[in-house]
Design a binder for this molecule. Sequence first.
Ligand code: GRF
Length: 201
Amino acid sequence: MINIAVLVSGGGTNLQALIDAQGTTLQHGRIALVIASNENAYALQRAQNANIDHCVVSRKYFQDQEEFTNALLKQLQEHNIDMIVLAGYLSVIDEKIIHAYPDRIINIHPSLIPSFCGKGYYGLKVHQAALAYGVKVTGATIHYVNEIMDGGKIILQKAVEILPDDTPEILQQRVMKEAEWILLPKATEMIAKQIEQEKTK
Ligand code: GRF
């Protein structure tokens, strides 16, 4: 089994989906570490409840991006992390980390990329934009993380219908329930399995 770090910033429902998938959908990896970008993230409580090592590495603790990146890398290395899952993580991942984990970092985005993604599209803003545009179908995407925001190779996508009375909040919930919480454990398992196979080659 490989060691997975999950990076979070908020409520952590996607982290919870991964925790719940351990031993069922998720067979080739274990969540060894949860890193939050701020101390108020409820995801930290979820990690604690599941007895998973967790810490806060916040950009505001550090003078510059480099110090912040080095602190993140230190945590990842100390926990022998093989794979990183960004699950609602709002800080920017530096090139140095991307290079240290080539094809080993995945992200979940709550739309069908390439729609409603890139700079400024996070949280409810993604769903607001989908409703404002008037699309009838949205969804979620799991993709590799590279230097381009939301630009890495797509791993899995799932479509979700938009209904006439949707608000951004209602749509966000439906996308999570019908797509995100299902896709993220599935994609994490796929990539964990690949990494484990590469390690034993
Ligand atoms: C999710 O919609 C995810 O796709 C996005 O941020 C949200 C995080 O929600 N990147 P949670 O913290 O997992 O509940």
